[in-house]
Design a protein around this ligand. Structure first.
Ligand code: ATP
Ligand code: MG
Length: 263
């Protein structure tokens, strides 16, 4: 896959829970890494689902994004290599991170701690993907300040668009006050069920509203995609020929292609 001219940093965000943020971060990350690019996944969700799916250590005491945010260690000291792909690195989230939303409040530069931590390391990667928790709190704000691009996964279901207005207002607010170059560059439709009319309606509505930023590739609802994390794997390694794997591969290629054209 084509290397971007400069490192691209994405925050994968949607305050709605269970829409495919983690699944997208993990599978796009693995796809880009298998495509020969250097990728860093930052798990910024105390649930630690991305760390689990990527098969990296996340027991309490493991150097993690929590220690990085508190300024106790350099980000490089928390980086682990994913067993599935040597090109793919991950900074895990441990349970400590659950307290970070509150602990960060009293720290200086609380909104830009992740950016400061990431700055010296960003040049080592082609892509950095940050998996956000399902909230618009300080962790997500830190991700939006640290990145240049937002990737929003949208589930092709009823209520999918609910709450999106709030998310867009938050992006606007971060852009205005903290990170003027933040761009909502990418929207990915997930858990698409071709048998339902509803999925088509949601997809159409999203495309009408967001136009070019919506990737042409759509991720189908597929059991293989949901099974893979149980084996500490991405769907690309768990079942490379499955529809889920192929669609994530296609979406990753689209993202990588856009990175070259737009720069
Ligand atoms: P949270 O808000 O809790 O962090 P999330 O937005 O990160 O959730 P995921 O954890 O990626 O969402 O996905 C939610 C659930 O849906 C998981 O059990 C996942 O395995 C499943 N899932 C995600 N994508 C698909 C898909 N394309 N097909 C089938 N199941 C999927
Ligand atoms: Mg998640």
């Amino acid at each position: 896959m084509p290397k971007p001219d400069s490192p691209r940093v994405f925050c994968v965000a949607n305050q709605k829970g269970g829409v495919g943020k983690t699944t997208t971060t993990v599978n796009i990350g693995v796809a880009l890494a298998l495509g020969g690019l250097k990728v860093l996944v930052i798990d910024l969700d105390p649930q630690g689902n991305a760390s689990t799916a990527l098969g990296v250590e996340r027991t309490v005491g493991t150097p993690s994004i929590y220690d990085v945010l508190l300024g106790e260690i350099d980000i490089d000291d928390a980086v682990q290599t994913c067993p599935d792909a040597p090109n793919l690195k991950c900074v895990p989230a441990t349970l400590d991170l659950a307290g970070a939303e509150i602990e960060l409040v009293s720290l200086v530069a609380r909104e830009s701690r992740l950016r400061a931590a990431l700055d010296p390391a960003r040049g080592n990667y082609d892509y950095v993907l940050i998996d956000c928790p399902p909230s618009l709190g300080l962790l997500t704000v830190n991700a939006m300040v640290a990145t240049s691009e937002v990737l929003i996964p949208i589930q092709c279901e009823y209520y999918a668009l609910e709450g999106l207005g709030q998310l867009l207002r938050n992006i606007e607010m971060v852009r205005k006050h903290l990170n003027p170059t933040l761009d909502l560059s990418t929207i990915l439709l997930t858990m698409y069920d071709g048998r339902t009319k509803l999925a088509d309606q949601v997809a159409e509505e999203v495309r009408t509203h967001f136009g070019e930023s919506v990737l042409t590739s759509v991720i189908p609802r597929s059991v293989k995609v949901s099974e893979a994390p149980g084996f500490s794997q991405s769907v690309l390694t768990y079942d490379p020929g499955s529809r889920g794997a192929l669609s994530y591969l296609e979406a990753a290629r689209e993202i990588a292609d856009r990175g070259v054209k737009e720069s």
